[in-house]
Design a protein around this ligand. Structure first.
Ligand SMILES: N[C@@H](CCC(=O)N[C@@H](CS)C(=O)NCC(=O)O)C(=O)O
Length: 258
């Protein structure tokens, strides 16, 4: 019996939901409200001591870290394989998934929080997070409240534009990131392009037609609809769109699209 602890709009959770859907694996989904602090409840911390989503429980096996969870699912449930057999192709796939942990996830967090999500935090939630995470949290949050003037914003947005450009180059070889096969690499990137879409930053695709076509192919999959689109939180989308549109002139200028 598989159980996934997740959150509807969390990019890391979306990655695992898409993997479960591609592998047609039935599971129980337990949704955590990250703004209410469900991820810090003691019973959840016993599963995931970092207090983050997702966490997969497979009977007595507990797996954390979305990249590890997806590899586990593909190893433990070999039907509908999502990893190339050839070692060189497999290495290529892992090069893509590693970029996310190294820099794309942190850059996405900086951009999403600076542009939109910091507006969702009430003073009470901020007090609670500061209590949980220590006094340094308030200073870090103050940077996010600066929006596009956050000193970390420029590097983060440039990293995400580089991701789009890198994908465009790789997609010269075939419809998916490692070539002909749809793999865990494609699954890993779907939530990140979706996030740029929700922030209305898809002008990034104007000079990257192969990445644009990849996103269309991805969105037309039934698994994307079920695992991502059908679960987008309607409370988040208008905020992301409104604040993203306000930020776009600055974003465009930072990546040289103005
Ligand atoms: N490297 C981890 C990152 C997990 C992570 O930070 N998840 C975010 C959502 S995408 C989270 O739970 N944030 C809640 C918090 O930090 O309190 C993974 O890929 O699973």
């Amino acid at each position: 019996m598989l159980t996934l602890y997740h959150n509807d709009m969390s990019v890391c959770s979306q990655k695992v939901r898409l993997c479960l859907a591609e592998k047609a694996l039935a599971h129980e989904a337990k949704h955590l409200n990250l703004r209410a602090g469900d991820q810090q409840k003691p019973e959840y911390l016993t599963l995931n001591p970092k207090g983050v989503v997702p966490t997969l429980v497979d009977d007595d096996v507990v797996v954390t870290e979305s990249v590890v969870i997806n590899e586990y699912l593909d190893d433990a449930y070999p039907k509908h394989p999502l990893k190339p057999v050839d070692p060189a192709e497999r290495a290529k796939m892992r090069w893509w998934t590693k970029q996310i942990d190294d820099s794309i996830f942190p850059a996405t967090g900086t951009v999403s929080m600076s542009v939109a999500f910091h507006h969702q935090y009430t003073p009470e939630v901020l007090d609670e997070l500061t209590r949980q995470r220590g006094p340094g949290y308030r200073a870090r949050f103050a940077l996010l409240q600066k929006g596009t003037d956050n000193p970390n914003f420029s590097d983060a947005i440039k990293r995400l534009y580089k991701m789009i450009n890198d994908m465009n180059v790789a997609l010269e070889r075939g419809p998916w990131l490692t070539g002909e096969m749809f793999t865990l690499a494609d699954i890993a990137y779907a939530p990140y392009i979706t996030r740029l879409d929700h922030l209305k930053f898809l002008g990034f695709l104007d000079k990257n037609p192969r990445t644009a076509a990849w996103y269309e192919r991805m969105r037309s999959r039934e698994t994307y609809r079920a695992a991502l689109a059908a679960q987008f939180n309607p409370k988040y989308l208008p905020l992301m769109e409104e604040k993203g549109r306000e930020a776009w002139p600055r974003v465009k200028a930072l990546v040289g699209l103005a």
